[in-house]
Design a protein around this ligand. Sequence first.
Ligand code: FES
Length: 152
Amino acid sequence: GVSTMQLKVNGTVRSIQAEPRVSLLDALREYMDLTGTKKGCDHGQCGACTVHVDGRRINSCMTLAVMNQGKEITTIEGLAKGEELHPMQTAFLKHDGFQCGYCTPGQIMSGVACVREGHATSDDQTREWMSGNLCRCGAYPNIVAAVREVQQ
Ligand code: FES
């Protein structure tokens, strides 16, 4: 049956009525209208659904919403400070780190975590640690360039 859960997303606690089987990804997109987080494969293969939970990257399609109560969830919508883009967003714009843009929110969330965790100290390391974020357009060189700029 449906139950009430409370999720803290981008600093605001929100209450939703959903079945316990609902993924965090579907909770964000379908129950909170936070559609910046994308659904590519829905089974942990593409990284389009990457969000931060307590500062760590996760594929939000692979975790149940109910398991993430009491945690700090950050989505692409929570990255900018008002009108001011996060440096990673600015770098993606500057380096054309996207073509169709579908994978971009996940790439950006992943890039932010990589830099924060010290996993972007070289281009090879960045490619390795962001290998879970697929880009069907093949914008990888520009994505790596954007991450490199923020890392420096
Ligand atoms: Fe979650 Fe592809 S939609 S990894």
